[in-house]
Ligand binder design. Structure first.
Ligand code: 6PG
Length: 227
């Protein structure tokens, strides 16, 4: 696992953009496709805006998945799929049948079941992108929740971050990837990062990933070396 402290959120976005394009190049060269799992929330938005300017990304080979989704109508402003559409997907020529939003509008339980069936065939992913909340959650995996060990996708009820009903890939699914990139910015995340580095039992700290995980973090969120 590698920590990469960078000056600010812009530097994190630029570094993330180039890591993603490099992973796409490697995957397309090796296997002719690039399976990426997008993160929700606000942190990746700048990354997505930068990515859409890339001219040589091989967009026709991208296959797009989501790490989590909020159970809201498809066109609701709070949907991760809508945010990804507005910032990236509506602007690039990824074929429509290679985009796999989580059908969270159907309700968490049905959506989780349907998405599990889809991703079961798709793994391993090439790159999973994740954010982290100030409480140490990632995707929609919140602290203190038990997860069924064999599921790849779970319904989430009573999430502490609105909306309460969500769908999330599990740690097992998120770690079925060749590379994993975590984006963390802002002073509000610093305590959670410190806890993570101290081995706290947080969802972000408990991902059973065997392949490389890199954390791109800005100075505001970085508690410093040796903590
Ligand atoms: C979501 C997420 C979530 C997010 C973190 C960080 O849909 O809410 O995918 O895990 O990545 O909460 O969110 P911010 O980037 O907004 O801080």
């Amino acid at each position: 696992m590698r920590w990469q402290p960078l000056d600010d959120a812009d530097a994190v976005a630029r570094a993330a953009g180039s890591r993603i394009l490099a992973a796409a190049r490697r995957a397309i060269e090796a296997r002719g496709r690039f399976d990426i799992v997008l993160a929700g929330g606000t942190t990746p938005q700048q990354v997505y805006r930068l990515l859409r300017e890339a001219r040589d990304a091989g967009w026709e080979h991208w296959v797009v998945w989501f790490g989590d989704e909020r159970c809201l109508p498809v066109d609701h402003a709070g949907r991760n799929s809508r945010m990804a559409g507005q910032t990236l997907l509506d602007h690039v020529p990824i074929p429509l049948d290679q985009r796999f939003p989580i059908p969270a509008e159907r309700g968490a339980a049905r959506a989780a079941e349907a998405y599990e069936a889809l991703i079961r065939r798709a793994r391993p992913f090439d790159l999973v992108l994740l954010g982290m909340g100030a409480d140490g959650h990632t995707a929609s995996l919140f602290p203190g929740r038990k997860l069924p060990p064999h599921r790849l996708v779970v319904p989430v009820f009573d999430a502490p971050k609105p909306p309460p009903e969500r769908v999330s890939l599990t740690p097992r699914a998120l770690c079925s990837t060749r590379e994993l990139l975590v984006l963390v910015t802002g002073a509000a995340k610093r305590d959670a990062v410190r806890a993570w580095r101290h081995g706290a039992d947080l969802p972000i700290a408990r991902l059973p990933c065997e392949t490389g995980m890199e954390v791109l973090i800005d100075r505001a969120a970085w508690p410093g070396e040796g903590v």
